[in-house]
Design a protein around this ligand. Sequence first.
Ligand code: FES
Length: 135
Amino acid sequence: MSGTSTRRAATGAGVARPTVTVCRGCCCGTRKVPLLDHIAQLADLRQSLTGMATVRTTDCLDACDHANVMVIQPSAQGRQAGGHPVWLGWVNYPNAISDITTWITAGGPGIADPPNVLDLYTFTPPRQVRQTLDN
Ligand code: FES
């Protein structure tokens, strides 16, 4: 877990750019998700989204069955346009980062439709879990 991030900081509400919240808790980003260079994944995400989105890490989002979990939160403009946080699970393939980058480069939630392939990763966590991130 990064010592500089918290769930509260991960809300992304009202920010000018989309926010990508990357779970790095007890399962996501660990050996429990094998065959993936987690450090390189996060570095790739940060590099590819420089100037386009805020990328931050958070502790466990209570959706470990879906590790690695990321949440794409809309920009303020995206929220005004009806965008909402999109939860992605099993983000365990290198190509996923490029698909996420493509979407965010186009504007992210509320502004642009995600690439169809991201449907494979999208899931809806229990309401209580979603509220934890939003609060
Ligand atoms: S460690 Fe990511 S959801 Fe639990």
